[in-house]
Design a protein around this ligand. Structure first.
Ligand code: ATP
Ligand code: MG
Length: 755
C-alpha cells in the first residue's frame, strides 16, 4: 500500500492526521482542501480508526462525489461503492429511502427538480383559483424554499397580514399536494430527513453511533438547514471535519450562509483551525491576479495564498467588437493550445450566465471542435426525456399527478381538457390522486381515461422482473412515444435521445450500481458498527444486503434522473472542450481557462447591483473563475452583444481595474471608449457592507425582523420578507418587492420600516 502521507506539506499533514475532534480547514483555492479531505478519509480507514461504513462525506456535486470515490479506491484496496459519499440531497434521499415509513413517505416517492416544482405550484394555484399575478408562482416557490431552508414548516412561519397569511396557506396546500402525490422537492429532502432524525431518537442514535467521522467539502456554501442537519447527525461525540473558503462563497442567493463557518468554530468547539496557504494549482501570474482582485472585498476571514511555481504566462485580455468575434478569438486561441498539445478536456470556457453559451457553441460547432456543455439543458430536462420519465414514474408510483398530467394525453389519445377537469373535480372531491379518481368519471371521458389506466397497468405488468433497460424499452414501445416522434418533422433527434435513455439505464445499472446517490449497499454490518439495534430492524435486517430490498432499480434510476446535475450523457467520455457557468466550475481545475463576457451588467451581473453585498459576491465568483486555471488564463469582453434578442452596448467590467497590471497582457489596444466614461452606475447607490470581520459581527445583537413580515423600502416600496440569513450585523433578508422582484438586502444598512 502506498504511503498516503508522503505527498503532503506540513500543514496538510497536520490536517489529515488530526485527532478525532471537529476541525475547520480554512484555506484558499487550490491549496489542497479537497485533497486533504479525501486523504483524511483514507488515513482514518487505513489506520483502522474507522471502517468505511463509519464515514459520512458530503460533497457539493455528484461529480465531486464520484471523483472522491475513485481517488479513494486508488489509495486503498476497498470498494467505495457502498460508502456514504454524496451531496446533502443524495445522502438525504438515501436515508429517506431506507426509512420511508418513519418519514411518512411512500416507498416509491419521487423527487421534483426545480422545473417540476414550479409546474406543481402553478397547478396548485390554478386548482385553488388563485390570482397568479398577485401571487406569482415563482415568488411562492422562493417563499416555500426559503422557509424550508430555514427549517420552517408553514405553521411555523409568522405572517402578520392577509397577503402573507395567504402565502403561508399556499405553502401548506403545496405540502399537502406533494404528500398526496408522493413527491418531494429538493429542500424537502433535507427538511424531511432533519425532522425524521430529530423526532426519532433511536434512529438518530443509530446513525450517530455509526458515523463517527463526518467530513464536509465546500463548507462555506452550506445553508442553515444543512448546518443544523450536520449538528444533529454529529450529536455530542462525533468529529466533523469541515473544509472551506469564505472567498468562494457564491450561493448566498440560495440561502448559503458563510457565517456558518464562524458558528461552526464555536458550536463544534473547534480546537484545530488550520489554514493552508500554499497553492498547488496555478502559476504565479494567475494567483497574483486572484489575490489582488479578492483583496477588494471587505468581509473576509483573512488568509493568503502563495505558490512555488514561477510566474508562468501572463493573463491575456482581449477586447472584441462583438460577441461573435469574441467567440472566434476563443476558437483561435483554443486551436493553438490544442496545437501545442493541450487536451481539449483541459480547456474550459466559463461564462456568468447560461444564455451566453449559444454564440460560443455555434462557433465551436461550425469549426468542428467537440465540446461539452455542463448545466445547460440537461439530458433529463429535454421534453422527450421528461415524457418518457413521466411514464416510468407512473409505473413506479401512479399517484404522481404531475407525471399523470404530462402524459395522459401525450401522444394524443383523445383525452381533452374537459375530461381532465372532470377528473380533477373528482380527485378533489375525494381527496385522492388523479389516477385513483379515474373510476369516478363517467361517460366517454371515463372510458378513455380508463384505457390510459389500463395502458399504465399493462406497462407495469409487462415489465415485472425485467432488468431496468428492458423496462425502459418496453415503456418506449407501449407508450407510443417513438411512433409519435416519427411523424414529427424534427423528431429524429428526439428519437435518438429516447434511445439514449435505454443506454443511460444500462450504464446506470452496470457501471454505477444504483449510482452514488442511491444506495447499492448500506455498507458492512451497519448494525454491528452501530452497536445499537435499529427500531425498525425489518428494513435493515441484513445491512450488507443490496438495498434493492428497500428501493427498486427503477426508483433508484428516477432519483438519479432528478438529482444528477448537469451531465450530458450523450457526450460523456469524449475529449471535448468544457463549457460551463462559473458557478458550476466550483472545485474544478483546468490547464487553460477562458473567462468570457467580462462586461458591466453581465459580470458583475446587473441583478446583484441592487443587493447588499451583491458586488462582493460577484467578486468572489470572479475569484472562483480565475482560480480554476492552472497554466493559462484568458479574459475577454465585447463592445456589443446580442442577449435575449437585444443588442447591448456594455462597458468593460470594473474587475479589470482591480487586477495587477504586471500580470496582464492586453492583446488589443486599451482604448477608452466614450461609453467607458464615468457614468454613474447602479452600484454607486448601493452602499457596501461595512468592513467588519464576520467573527465580530456575530457577537452583536439581532435586529429582530421576521420572515413573513411586511416592510417598506424607500426605493422599492412595500415588500415581504421571505427569508433571513446570518445574524447580528451580518443579517440579510430576501425580500419580495412585487413588481421590483426579489432583493437581498443587508438589514443593518437598508432603511426598512415596518408596515
Ligand atoms: P478549491 O478551493 O478550488 O476547491 P482545493 O483547495 O480543494 O481547491 P485541491 O483541488 O484539493 O484544492 O488541490 C488543487 C490541486 O493541487 C490539485 O491538483 C491537487 O492534486 C494539487 N495538490 C494539492 N496538494 C498538493 C501537494 N501537497 N503536492 C502536490 N500537489 C498538490
Ligand atoms: Mg476543493
Amino acid at each position: 500500500m502506498q504511503n498516503l502521507l508522503h505527498n503532503l506539506n506540513p500543514e496538510q499533514l497536520a490536517a489529515v492526521t488530526l485527532p478525532a475532534q471537529s476541525a475547520l480547514i480554512l484555506a484558499g483555492a487550490g491549496s489542497g482542501k479537497t485533497r486533504v479531505l479525501t486523504t483524511r478519509i483514507a488515513w482514518l480507514i487505513q489506520t483502522a480508526q474507522v471502517s468505511p461504513a463509519g464515514v459520512l462525506a458530503v460533497t457539493f456535486t455528484n461529480k465531486a462525489a464520484k471523483e472522491m470515490m475513485s481517488r479513494l479506491s486508488a489509495m486503498l484496496p476497498i470498494n467505495t461503492r457502498g460508502m456514504w459519499i454524496g451531496t446533502f440531497h443524495g445522502i438525504c434521499n438515501r436515508l429517506l429511502r431506507a426509512h420511508y415509513r418513519d418519514a411518512g413517505l411512500p416507498q416509491t416517492f419521487q423527487i421534483l427538480d426545480s422545473a417540476d416544482q414550479l409546474a406543481a405550484i402553478k397547478r396548485l394555484l390554478k386548482a385553488l383559483n388563485v390570482d397568479d399575478e398577485k401571487y406569482p408562482p415563482r415568488n411562492l416557490m422562493y417563499f416555500i424554499n426559503g422557509a424550508k431552508d430555514q427549517g420552517l414548516r408553514a405553521h411555523e412561519v409568522e405572517a402578520n397580514d392577509d397577503y402573507n397569511r395567504r402565502f403561508v396557506q399556499l405553502y401548506e396546500a403545496y405540502d399537502n399536494q406533494c404528500q398526496r402525490e408522493g413527491v418531494v422537492d429538493f429542500a424537502e429532502l433535507l427538511l424531511r430527513t432533519y425532522e425524521l432524525m430529530s423526532r426519532n431518537q433511536p434512529l438518530r442514535e443509530h446513525y450517530q453511533a455509526r458515523f463517527r467521522h463526518i467530513l464536509v467539502d465546500e463548507f462555506q456554501d452550506t445553508n442553515n438547514l444543512q448546518y443544523n442537519w450536520l449538528k444533529l447527525m454529529a450529536g455530542e461525540h462525533n468529529a466533523v471535519f469541515a473544509v472551506g473558503d469564505d472567498d468562494q462563497s457564491i450561493y448566498a442567493f440560495r440561502g448559503a450562509n458563510v457565517g456558518n463557518m464562524v458558528a461552526f468554530e464555536r458550536e463544534f468547539r473547534v480546537q484545530n483551525l488550520i489554514k493552508l496557504e500554499q497553492n498547488y494549482r496555478s502559476h504565479g501570474h494567475i494567483l497574483d491576479t486572484a489575490n489582488t482582485l479578492i483583496a477588494n472585498n471587505s468581509k473576509r476571514l483573512g488568509k493568503n495564498l502563495r505558490t512555488d511555481a514561477g510566474h508562468g504566462e501572463p493573463v491575456r485580455i482581449y477586447e472584441a467588437s462583438s460577441d461573435i468575434q469574441e467567440a472566434q478569438w476563443i476558437i483561435e486561441q483554443s486551436k493553438s493550445l490544442i496545437g501545442e498539445g493541450a487536451l481539449r478536456s483541459e480547456i474550459a470556457i466559463l461564462y456568468r450566465s447560461n444564455a451566453q453559451s449559444r454564440v460560443i457553441e455555434h462557433a465551436l460547432f461550425t469549426a468542428g471542435i467537440p465540446y461539452r456543455v455542463y448545466g445547460g439543458q440537461r439530458f433529463f430536462e429535454r421534453a422527450e426525456i421528461k415524457h418518457a420519465i413521466a411514464y416510468l414514474q407512473l409505473m413506479d408510483n401512479p399517484h404522481n399527478d404531475s407525471a399523470f398530467l404530462r402524459v395522459v394525453n401525450f401522444p394524443t389519445r383523445g383525452i381533452g381538457a374537459r375530461s381532465i377537469e372532470q377528473l380533477q373535480d373528482a380527485a378533489r372531491q375525494y381527496g385522492i390522486s388523479l389516477y385513483a379518481a379515474v373510476p369516478y368519471v363517467a361517460g366517454k371521458a371515463g372510458s378513455s381515461l380508463g384505457s390510459f389506466v389500463k395502458l399504465v397497468e399493462g406497462m407495469r405488468f409487462e415489465t415485472q422482473n425485467l432488468p431496468l433497460q428492458e423496462m425502459v424499452k418496453v415503456m418506449l414501445d407501449m407508450s407510443g412515444l417513438i411512433p409519435h416522434y416519427q411523424t414529427e418533422k424534427e423528431g429524429a433527434d428526439r428519437i435518438e435521445n429516447l434511445e439514449q435513455l435505454v443506454s443511460a439505464a444500462m450504464l446506470f445499472v452496470n457501471e454505477e450500481g444504483f449510482g452514488i446517490d442511491t444506495p447499492a449497499f448500506l455498507g458492512p454490518k451497519a448494525q454491528e458498527v452501530a452497536g445499537t439495534p435499529l427500531p425498525n430492524g425489518d428494513e435493515l435486517i441484513d445491512a450488507d444486503a443490496p438495498l434493492v430490498t428497500v428501493m427498486s432499480p427503477l426508483s433508484a434510476f428516477l432519483s438519479h434522473a432528478s438529482l444528477e446535475a448537469g451531465d450530458n450523457q450523450a457526450q460523456a467520455g469524449q475529449d471535448a472542450l468544457q463549457l460551463m457557468t462559473v458557478h458550476s466550475a466550483k472545485g474544478l481545475e483546468f490547464d487553460a481557462v477562458f473567462i468570457t463576457g467580462l462586461e458591466e451588467g453581465l459580470f458583475p451581473h446587473e441583478n446583484s447591483a441592487q443587493e447588499q453585498g451583491g458586488l462582493e459576491e460577484e467578486r468572489r465568483l470572479m475569484y472562483v473563475a480565475i482560480t480554476r486555471a492552472k497554466k493559462r488564463l484568458y479574459m475577454s469582453f465585447s463592445q456589443t452583444r446580442m442577449l435575449h434578442g437585444q443588442t447591448r452596448y456594455n462597458m468593460k467590467s470594473r474587475f479589470f481595474d482591480e487586477l495587477p497590471e504586471a500580470a496582464l497582457k492586453w492583446l488589443s489596444p486599451k482604448v477608452q471608449h466614450q461609453w467607458f466614461g464615468n457614468k454613474k452606475s447602479a452600484w454607486d447607490d448601493a452602499p457596501e457592507v461595512g468592513a467588519n470581520n464576520i467573527a465580530q459581527s456575530f457577537a452583536r445583537k439581532d435586529v429582530g425582523w421576521r420572515i413573513g413580515e411586511t416592510v417598506s423600502h424607500q426605493k422599492f416600496g412595500e415588500g415581504v420578507i421571505v427569508n433571513i440569513e446570518g445574524g447580528g450585523t451580518n443579517s440579510r433578508a430576501h425580500i419580495n418587492f412585487g413588481k421590483h422582484g426579489m432583493k437581498l438586502l443587508d438589514l443593518n444598512i437598508a432603511k426598512l420600516e415596518r408596515v
